[in-house]
Design a protein around this ligand. Structure first.
Ligand code: QAP
Ligand code: CO
Length: 169
């Protein structure tokens, strides 16, 4: 297994729209395993392939405390079940150190492929629904900071660019 490098805002590669996976091959399964290792090491609860500079529609997630609930969503499609919005203080491995309130639909249905390429559909609510919508945004080149005011986004951008310069020097 391998640890992958996570791109950080405002890296322009995070704005790439990911393409569908046409076949779940060994290459895809190895990428999924590496994404889990990278997410668990961070540690985080969700990671989209876009964040590791692979622009294919793949998401990994695990909301458990002990790595006991790994979930894979390939080519996910969601439908909003209830327009009712909920608020949550979201974070992102690509925006380290920042948490801000974002509003999203509370209940969704997802259709996707699993790690074996088998299709499934499921209704999701709570943190699973929030996290999946956040990760699907990554596949579209969208970040949670895009929901904030331009002023807040610019402040976050400034601090992260400064941290990144300190690290490269
Ligand atoms: C996305 O985010 C998410 O700032 C997953 O310094 C998060 O795993 C969706 C993390 C919350 C919905 C709600 C963030 C780790 C992890 C940081 C993550 C950090 C270290 C974020
Ligand atoms: Co994120």
């Amino acid at each position: 297994m391998a640890l992958l490098q996570i791109l950080e805002f405002p890296d322009p590669r995070l704005r790439t729209r990911a393409v569908p996976v046409d076949q779940v091959t060994e290459r895809i399964q190895t990428l999924i395993d590496d994404m889990f290792e990278t997410m668990y090491t961070a540690p985080g609860i969700g990671l989209a392939a876009s964040q590791v500079d692979v622009h294919e529609r793949i998401i990994v997630m695990d909301l458990s405390d002990d790595h006991s609930a790994p979930r894979v969503f390939i080519n996910p499609e969601i439908k909003v079940i209830d327009e009712d919005l909920g608020s949550y203080d979201e974070g992102c491995l690509s925006v380290p150190g920042f948490y801000e309130t974002v509003q999203r639909p509370k209940v969704i249905a997802v259709k996707a492929l699993d790690r074996d390429g088998s299709p499934f559909t499921e209704e999701l609510d709570g943190l699973m629904a929030i996290c999946l919508q956040h990760e699907i945004d990554h596949l579209e080149g969208k970040l949670f900071v895009d929901y904030l005011s331009a002023l807040k986004r610019q402040r976050i951008r400034g601090k992260l660019v400064k941290d990144q310069k300190r690290r490269d020097s």
